[in-house]
Write a protein that binds this ligand. Structure first.
Ligand SMILES: C[S@@+](CC[C@H](N)C(=O)[O-])C[C@H]1O[C@@H](n2cnc3c(N)ncnc32)[C@H](O)[C@@H]1O
Length: 227
């Protein structure tokens, strides 16, 4: 089976339909503020101030994060995306509700499709994927990193967040149990080890600029272009 043949999987967010088609994931609500804070720090560390930036979010899910990010970073033109039609409709509903001029219409992107990067016109300053790498096959991690290398402008960064094994350390028993439940749903899913992701990033011409310990046993990784 080639990467492009991989069937789409339903995502694991337990959501309830919100007003106007907005889906609501309680976890997205909970982790929003710390992620905004970590992203702001990563952008500042990369030397990005209030100048206009272009961001692509992969796997935007309900669209809650996209609306929050666009509100928190008014200088960033935020492009949300997902593979799932239900998610795309929810992102559009969150966008309509937010009424923010820097939040673009969601686009369909599947990281298992070859050449998915060709749909993205301009070089990017920021690429983001929240809770994607452990709920997708390893090829998605590889594709995200290859996409970052292809799409980031000099000085740009990529940011991922989720349940990681930190260099061989499971971090918590609950992360290990979560990993088991993911693999029982799909053996190709599961928590990634930051060491493996780092090695893969280097293979794709990226460096890991930061590994951030996040609340609730989560981890964020920040990548930049080598050199
Ligand atoms: C657990 S959800 C995370 C959603 C959101 N980022 C959040 O944290 O609330 C995983 C998302 O990844 C998307 N996804 C799964 N496989 C994908 C792929 N191959 N390409 C792009 N998105 C994918 C799913 O549709 C889903 O919206």
């Amino acid at each position: 089976m080639t990467a492009g043949d991989h069937p789409p999987k339903p995502f694991l967010i337990r959501h309830a339909a919100g007003d106007g088609g907005r889906l609501n994931a309680p976890s997205a609500q909970r982790n929003q503020a710390p992620i905004v804070e970590a992203l702001a720090r990563a952008l500042a560390d990369a030397g990005h101030g209030a100048t206009p930036l272009r961001a692509l979010e992969i796997a935007s899910g309900t669209g809650q994060h996209a609306a929050a990010f666009a509100a928190a970073f008014p200088a960033i033109r935020w492009q949300p995306s997902d593979i799932d039609p239900l998610a795309l409709a929810s992102i559009a509903a969150w966008r309509a509700d937010a009424g923010l001029s820097n939040l673009a219409e969601p686009i369909r992107l599947d990281l298992l499709e070859p050449d998915w990067t060709s749909a993205i016109g301009a070089p990017l300053d920021l690429m983001v994927a929240i809770n994607l790498l452990h709920i997708s096959p390893w090829q998605v991690t590889q594709s995200f990193l290859a996409g970052a290398k292809a799409l980031l402008a000099p000085g740009g960064i990529a940011f991922v967040y989720g349940c990681f094994i930190r260099d061989g350390d499971w971090v918590s028993a609950s992360n290990r149990a979560f990993d088991e439940s993911l693999r029982s749903r799909d053996p190709s899913w599961g928590a990634r080890d930051t060491a493996d992701v780092t090695a893969e990033a280097v293979r794709h011409g990226l460096i890991v600029r930061d590994i951030v310990v996040m609340p609730a046993n989560n981890t964020a990784m920040v990548f930049a272009l080598q050199g």
